[in-house]
Design a protein around this ligand. Structure first.
Ligand code: ATP
Length: 258
């Protein structure tokens, strides 16, 4: 469904944010991309969505294939038409528009009947949005805003949904609730899901496979079970085992050689 080969991305012609990333996402699969701050996760999302030029960035090498088509240089609209919707970090909503108006804006290309049906579906997944449908986006809580951006993505009925750090700044219980909905949505709708997260514990609950990104490179790739068996990944991202700070240092030392 989605295939990324040896992707390199630069900002302002000099800042190398992705340094040869390859990954795959099969139809209906859920994959997590984990990594610390500055690893290149958001850059990957922007590249997949065709949005790097809006950030003074560009793909300098490699290839992105979506549904068998080369979309490396296709641009945001073409990528979207090919079935990929990305939910960017930072909950980009229209703060002065109501929940309903935000959803309508996201689905403005749809015929009226279809838009109404999709909006009902969003309210089915996120009943809290239905309750607050006439509230301005800016007055919603962080969790509700995250539901709204996911709802705005859902309106477009994507084949591939890419979500950048949905858990950021949310209370643990809310993260759990949000990820449960994401997991059910992914299962029942059969869409492929690429989840970019720092919250490894939450992401690994619903991912079939895991990639770990560091300094713009993939330093681990495997089934979720393999990630759970990998002492380094577990220590560094989940704080498991006796590693703690020393474990994290050991992980960094080892990964430097990859
Ligand atoms: N618009 C930009 N212009 C210049 N450099 C950028 C820009 N956006 C990101 N970078 C740089 O690219 C590198 C990767 O950043 P990116 O935001 O992709 O990482 P990340 O893994 O998403 O981190 P975080 O979890 O903190 O969001 C960093 O060194 C960052 O400073």
């Amino acid at each position: 469904m989605l295939k990324v080969e040896n992707l390199k991305a630069l900002y302002r012609g000099v800042i190398l944010a992705l340094d040869g990333v390859s990954l795959e996402l099969a139809r209906g699969e859920a994959v997590a991309v984990l990594g610390p701050n500055g690893a290149g996760k958001s850059t990957l999302v922007r590249a997949l969505a065709g949005l790097l030029p809006s950030y003074e960035g560009r793909v300098s090498d490699g290839r992105i294939e979506l549904g068998g088509r080369d979309v490396t240089a296709a641009g945001a609209l073409a990528v979207h038409r090919q079935g990929l919707t990305a939910v960017l970090e930072g909950r980009p909503i229209f703060r002065y528009l109501t929940v309903r108006e935000n959803l309508r804006a996201a689905g403005h290309r749809l015929p009226a009947g279809e838009l109404a049906a999709r909006m009902d579906e969003v309210f089915h997944w996120f009943p809290r949005l239905a309750e607050r449908s006439h509230e301005q986006g800016g007055y919603l809580s962080g969790g509700e805003q995250q539901m709204l951006v996911l709802g705005m993505a859902l309106i477009t009925d994507p084949k591939v949904l890419v979500v950048d750090e949905p858990s950021l700044g949310l209370a643990p219980l809310l993260v759990e609730e949000l990820f449960e909905v994401l997991a059910r949505m992914h299962r029942e709708k059969g869409m492929a899901l690429l989840l970019v997260e720092q919250n490894a514990r939450a992401a690994m609950k619903l991912a079939h496979r895991v990639y770990v990104l560091e300094h713009g490179r993939v330093v681990f790739e495997g089934e979720r079970e393999a990630a759970e068996r990998d002492a380094d990944v577990m220590e560094f991202y989940l704080g498991a085992g006796a590693g703690g700070f020393l474990g994290a240092k050991r992980y960094r030392r080892r990964k430097r050689w990859i």
